[in-house]
Design a protein around this ligand. Structure first.
Ligand SMILES: Cc1cc2nc3c(=O)[nH]c(=O)nc-3n(C[C@H](O)[C@H](O)[C@H](O)COP(=O)(O)OP(=O)(O)OC[C@H]3O[C@@H](n4cnc5c(N)ncnc54)[C@H](O)[C@@H]3O)c2cc1C
Length: 393
C-alpha cells in the first residue's frame, strides 16, 4: 500500500521512538506502503514520501528469481535486486521507509488517519493504496520460496512471468477455475505438455475457457486429485509432484519440471473494506483514466486494483499515474466533492450551502462573517456568505 500524506504524526510513545526521524518531517506529503514508481515520482515532485512496507518489504517480486520482462534490463534481473534498486532510486530523492502493517484506517475526513501494528497514528492528506495482491498457495511441502522450498526454482504462480523458463518442459497446473485454464492455455506456448490437476471431476471455469482448454492438444487433465507435495531439490529443480487420488485413496508420483499454482489471487485490501469501493473479490475500483477511488484524495494502483494484468510494469505504470494524480490533487485543493462540499488542504469541510465548516476534529463552526446576518431562508446566498479563502492553502 502507498499513501500520500501532508503530515506524518506518530502519536504513541512507541511511534515516537521508532519514528523519531520521520516525526520531524512536518512537511511530509506522501506516505507510501510500497515502493514502486509512485514513490519515485512523488519524491521527485518533492512530496517527501514515506513508504510503509507491510509484511513483505519489496512486495511479490522479492519471492521470485529471474525477472526478464521488466524494461531496461536486457539480461534480466533477480526480483529482490530489482526491488533493491527501486528502493535506492526512491531514497535518492528523499523517500523514507517504514516496515509496519497498516491495520486500521479512517477515511471519513481529511487528513486521513492510519494506524499500524506498532501503534503509530499517521495523518495523511492524500493516500495511495499499493498494497498488492497475494497469489493463493496450497501450503504443501516444496511450494515455499527457495531456499525453504522450490518457489522460484520451478514453482510459480504467474505464467506470464515465468512461462518462458519452461520451454520444452512438461509442467503441471493446479486449479479448475478461469485462472487455471488461462494459465494452462498460455503455458502451452512453451511447455512440451501441460497437465491440469484438479480436485473435482469438473471445472469451475467459464464454458468458453473450458472449451479452449479441452480443445488444446497440449493440455490433459488429472481429475479428482490433490497435489500433496512438490518433489525435487535446489540442485535439480522440480522433478515431479506427489498426487493423491481422492476416489481411490491412493498416492502416486507424477513427473514434471514445473508447477504452476493457479487457484486465484487475493487483493490485500481488507483494511480498506467499507471505505473504498471494491469488486466482489476485493480489487479496489478506480476511475478508469485516473487512479482515483470513490474517496477524493485516495488513489489506488498496482495489483490492489488490477485483476487483469498483475505485472511489475503495469504496477509501476499505474503507480506513476497515482503519484501524478495525488500531486495534482494536492495542487488543486480545495476541491468540491460529489455532495457539493469543498475540502481544504487542512481537512476542513465547507458545507455545500457554504454556511458552516466542519473542522478536522469534528467541530462545526459557522462560515458566516460576524458582521453579516444569516440569510432569511438559511440557504447560501450570493453577497455576503463565502467559503474560507483558498489562500489559506
Ligand atoms: C512468484 C511471482 C513471480 C512474479 N514474476 C513477475 C515477473 O517476472 N514479471 C512481472 O512483471 N511480474 C511478476 N510478478 C507479478 C508482480 O510481482 C506484481 O504484479 C507486482 O509486484 C505488483 O506490485 P504491487 O506494488 O501492486 O504489489 P506487491 O508487489 O504485492 O506489494 C504490495 C506491498 O504492500 C504491502 N502491504 C500489503 N498490505 C499492507 C498493509 N496493510 N500495510 C502495509 N503494507 C501492506 C506488502 O507488504 C508489499 O510490500 C510475479 C509475481 C509472483 C508472485
Amino acid at each position: 500500500m502507498w499513501t500520500g500524506l501532508k503530515k506524518c504524526i506518530p502519536t504513541t510513545r512507541a511511534g515516537r521512538r521508532e519514528l523519531s526521524a520521520i516525526s520531524e518531517m512536518e512537511s511530509e506529503e506522501v506516505l507510501v506502503a510500497k515502493m514502486k514508481s509512485p514513490v519515485i515520482y512523488a519524491a521527485r515532485a518533492e512530496l517527501r514520501p514515506l513508504v510503509i512496507h507491510g509484511p513483505q518489504p519489496g512486495g511479490q517480486l522479492t519471492i521470485t528469481t529471474e525477472v526478464e520482462n521488466y524494461p531496461g534490463f536486457a539480461e534480466g534481473i533477480q526480483g529482490p535486486e530489482l526491488m533493491q534498486q527501486f528502493e535506492e532510486q526512491a531514497k535518492r530523492f528523499g523517500t523514507e521507509f517504514l516496515v509496519t502493517f497498516v491495520n486500521k484506517v479512517d477515511l471519513s475526513r481529511r487528513p486521513f488517519t492510519l494506524w499500524t501494528d506498532e501503534g503509530h497514528e499517521v495523518k495523511a492528506e492524500t493516500l495511495i493504496v499499493a498494497s498488492g495482491a497475494s497469489a493463493k498457495w496450497l501450503g504443501v511441502p516444496g511450494e515455499a520460496p527457495a531456499p525453504e522450498g522450490l518457489g522460484g526454482m520451478g514453482v510459480s504462480a504467474c505464467a506470464t512471468c515465468d512461462g518462458f523458463f519452461f520451454k520444452g518442459k512438461p509442467i503441471v497446473v493446479v486449479g479448475g477455475g478461469d485462472t487455471a485454464m488461462e494459465e494452462a492455455t498460455f503455458l502451452t506456448r512453451y511447455a512440451s505438455r501441460v497437465t491440469v490437476v484438479h480436485r473435482r471431476d469438473s471445472l469451475r471455469a467459464s464454458k468458453i475457457m473450458q472449451d479452449k482448454a479441452f480443445k488444446n492438444p497440449k493440455i490433459d487433465f488429472v481429475w479428482n486429485a490433490e497435489l500433496r507435495e512438490i518433489l525435487g531439490s535446489p540442485e535439480t529443480g522440480v522433478t515431479g509432484v506427489r498426487l493423491y487420488d481422492i476416489k481411490a485413496g491412493e498416492e502416486s508420483e507424477f513427473a514434471c519440471e514445473g508447477v504452476f499454482i493457479a487457484i486465484g489471487h487475493k487483493p490485500n485490501t481488507d483494511v480498506f473494506k467499507g471505505w473504498l469501493d471494491m469488486d466482489e473479490v476485493g480489487y479496489i475500483k478506480t476511475a478508469g483514466v485516473s487512479m482515483a477511488t470513490n474517496i477524493p484524495g485516495v488513489f489506488a494502483c498496482g495489483d490492489a486494483q488490477d485483476s487483469v494484468y498483475r505485472q511489475a510494469v503495469t504496477a509501476a505504470g499505474t503507480g506513476c499515474m497515482a503519484a501524478i494524480d495525488a500531486e495534482r490533487f494536492l495542487d488543486s485543493l480545495p476541491i468540491e466533492t460529489s455532495t457539493g462540499e469543498s475540502v481544504t488542504i487542512e481537512g476542513e469541510v465547507v458545507s455545500a450551502d457554504q454556511q458552516s465548516v466542519t473542522m478536522p476534529d469534528g467541530e462545526v463552526v459557522s462560515n458566516i462573517p460576524d458582521d453579516q446576518p444569516p440569510p432569511a431562508d438559511g440557504a447560501g446566498q450570493p453577497g455576503g456568505v463565502y467559503a474560507r479563502p483558498s489562500t489559506e492553502l
